[in-house]
Design a protein around this ligand. Structure first.
Ligand code: FE2
Length: 499
């Protein structure tokens, strides 16, 4: 079997369903646990793409499964170890479907059984809580961009409740909208200001009157809706940016047509390119003031790397840019081994002058390099000038553009380092700075890699300076690559984190 076939087979096998929830002490198969790396890595992603005999219709419809790695926990004999646990998020819909033994809800690419009459006017999509996980002010949340977060126990991963921030995320709009969309969406990409600890987020409200909602948790645990920005169309966005003075939103020329969704078409089949549409960039001043709007060439961005304000007051935005809204392979096709090409994702820099006339305000420049996604940076550089980015990447000869490597991108030297895991499939590289580190790349990269040869996954701890292996810990089972995670240093962990 050549490497191409092996990567494809790995990718297919990695997306098989996880059927067990386990708790285990991981065995270290290579290297040693770094003495200074202490805390918990939480990750989230779809754990299964079918249930009750029905395969879901889109990769983002998989049921959310959170994994937890307590690094430096107390092991047998009191020696530091990695304690691992995985748990599906018990959303209301998940529990009801388990009880019913069949699918009860629609989702982005999945319809209920029953054709037109089984789906007509059913606007309640299944909250799969599968996209990300954040820890803020002592609360652990599993996130899904279409609805409410779920509050989890940070030690056991038990689902505590569907969380609306004391009613702040209840839809209080007109009656029809409250009936159609009773819960306001809370995106899966909140940003924490490293200077203040404040959390900012947005929600893409794709109801009959589409709008962007901006949220902030500035002090304590209360969430406030800080802005409502009407949209002319239900345009799509997945991520946003936060700098010292601005919140930045990119809205792409792809829109979700609401009427066909109401009439029973899956939302994924109701997305259409906006003919002649441009990318809209909204600059929202954090201290109030009018929203500024600019335009850029049409494209689609799932994830941004970072944004910052340079010495001229310009906004620098680095993005993983695609040419169009992507077509994802359907899980049924993927699991049968029919993989379509993944679009090239080009790291791209936008420079925006918030004082200039609209026509000249946005400059766009390719940053070169490999096709790259799921970018992470040193967390203290969020919203600030930065040098290093870490991504999953496709090597030039990877089949279908599949991501089988981790890249370390140096914006100052153009020296990109690549750690090729082929035929393994690495997940998002979470950057964890060494305590008291002074350089931006002094720390570790944590990534969960699927190894097809044993149908198992392993946690890799890499040196963030050169991506060399520091430690490998074997999981007792496989985990699909998933989406996003967060690392909580032991100094911020809840009591009992290391048990
Ligand atoms: Fe994401």
């Amino acid at each position: 079997m050549d490497t191409h076939d092996a990567i494809v087979r790995s990718y297919v096998a990695a997306h098989q369903p996880v059927t067990q929830e386990v708790s285990a002490v991981l065995s270290v198969s290579e290297g040693q646990l770094p003495a200074e790396l202490r805390g918990v890595l939480f990750r989230n992603g779809p754990g299964r793409f079918s249930n009750h005999g029905q395969t879901y219709g889109h990769l983002i419809d998989g049921d959310g499964m959170v994994t937890r790695f307590a690094i430096g926990a107390s092991g047998p004999g009191g020696t530091p170890c990695i304690r691992y646990r995985n748990c599906y998020v018990r959303t209301t819909e998940f529990v009801y479907e388990q009880r019913a033994g069949r699918l009860l809800y629609r989702n982005f690419g999945t319809n209920r059984a029953g054709g037109f009459f089984g789906n007509f006017f059913r606007t309640h999509l299944k909250n799969v809580a599968n996209t990300s996980v954040i820890y803020h002010h002592g609360r652990l949340f599993a996130l899904w961009e279409g609805g409410l977060p779920h509050l989890l126990d940070p030690v056991t991963l038990d689902t505590i409740e569907r969380y609306d921030f004391f009613g702040a995320l209840k839809n209080r709009g007109p009656l029809l909208e409250r009936v159609l969309l009773p819960e306001l969406p809370f995106s899966a990409h909140p940003k924490v200001d490293p200077q203040t600890g404040e959390l900012y987020n947005f929600g893409l409200y794709l109801g009959p009157n589409p709008k962007i909602l901006l949220y902030a948790i500035r002090s304590g645990v209360a969430l406030t809706v800080t802005r409502e920005i009407p949209l002319p169309l239900p345009l799509l966005a997945h991520d946003f940016l936060l700098t010292k003075n601005w919140q930045i939103l990119f809205l792409f020329p792809a829109s979700l047509r609401y009427l066909p969704t109401l009439m029973g078409r899956p939302p994924s089949a109701s997305v259409q390119e906006v003919a002649g549409g441009m990318t809209r960039i909204l600059l929202v001043p954090r201290d109030g003031g009018p929203v500024r709007q600019y335009q850029a060439a049409p494209c689609f961005v799932l994830h941004f790397v970072n944004a910052y304000e340079d010495e001229n007051g310009h906004l620098v935005v680095d993005a993983c840019r695609q040419e169009h809204f992507p077509d994802a392979p359907r899980p049924g096709e993927l699991l049968a081994g029919h993989i379509s090409d993944i679009p090239h994702v080009q790291l791209t820099r936008y420079v925006i002058d918030p004082r200039a006339e609209e026509e000249s305000a946005v400059r766009e420049q390719s940053l070169g390099g490999f096709s790259s996604e799921l970018p992470r940076i040193h967390p203290a550089y969020q919203g600030l000038p930065y040098r290093y980015a870490y991504t999953v990447s496709a090597t030039p000869d990877a089949p279908h553009g599949l991501f089988s490597a981790i890249a370390r991108i140096d914006h100052h030297s153009d020296d990109t380092k690549l750690r090729d895991f082929s035929p393994g499939i690495p997940g998002e590289p979470v950057m964890v700075p060494r305590p008291d580190s002074v350089s931006e790349d002094d720390g570790w990269i944590l990534t969960v890699v699927y190894h097809g040869s044993e149908h198992r996954s392993a946690l890799y701890i890499l040196d963030a300076r050169d991506l060399s292996t520091v430690c490998v810990a074997e999981l007792p089972h496989h985990v699909p690559p998933g989406f996003h995670g967060t690392f909580v240093p032991s100094s911020h962990c809840p009591p009992g984190w290391n048990s």
